[in-house]
Design a protein around this ligand. Structure first.
Ligand code: ADP
Ligand code: MG
Length: 194
């Protein structure tokens, strides 16, 4: 995607999003600006539209009205949403969604498939990312052998596989106890500072 120099990371203007033929209005006149380098937490009760907003920014869904620009590009004009996601966004969900039959390092490699990176390079990058989230020593563990907090840190490493410009996390600590949750937030904060 083309990228205007100095554009905010995200600009949302008057966004409307409804489900079920308009019966459920998830977002109404929602506007938001996130500058590059900002770390923003969107807080609100269950059902207030937090996930809906993240899905729109990730181009997993379309606005009904209004506009969302990411790094200067109007998402309405993005015709290859998969390529946009691969290049621009890393996503972390409440449940880690790791593939159970793959080791931690193999899970981190998954988003690099189809990017043309050679196998050795993919593996090397996956190890670097696991080190960054403090799991270099667990690279060969399968998800079932890891703790909940470790699994979520693998999911963060996987989200970073293709050097995304945005990292979107939807309740990334929602299924963790407070200590593991704090560790996940510490990792996210360190990554942002880098
Ligand atoms: P949050 O993440 O803040 O809990 P959501 O964005 O998931 O909120 O949901 C906002 C509203 O939209 C809720 O009323 C929810 O039930 C509804 N909603 C979300 N996704 C769908 C969907 N795919 N189909 C129908 N309704 C949905
Ligand atoms: Mg949600």
């Amino acid at each position: 995607m083309s990228e205007a120099c100095g554009s905010p990371a995200i600009v949302a203007r008057d966004v409307e999003k409804a489900y079920e033929l308009g019966r459920i209005r998830a977002l109404t006149g929602m506007s938001l600006t996130v500058e590059a380098g900002e770390w923003v937490a969107i807080v609100g009760p269950s059902g207030c539209g937090k996930s809906t907003l993240l899905h729109l920014v990730a181009a997993l869904d379309h606005v009904d009205a209004g506009h969302i620009h990411v790094l200067g590009t109007d998402l309405d004009l993005v015709d290859d949403a998969a390529a946009y996601r691969r290049r621009t966004v890393g996503l972390v969900f409440q449940l880690h969604n790791l593939l159970p039959s793959l080791s931690a390092v193999e899970n981190v490699e998954v988003p690099m498939f189809g990017t043309g990176r050679p196998r050795r390079e993919r593996r090397r990058q996956a190890h670097v990312l696991l080190e960054r989230v403090g799991l270099g020593h667990r690279a060969d563990g399968r998800p079932a052998e890891l703790s909940g907090g470790e699994r979520q840190r693998v999911a963060i490493a996987r989200a970073l596989a293709n050097d995304p410009r945005l990292l979107l996390a939807d309740e990334p600590t929602g299924s963790l106890d407070s200590t593991a949750g704090r560790r996940v937030l510490d990792v996210l904060r360190e990554l942002r500072e880098e």
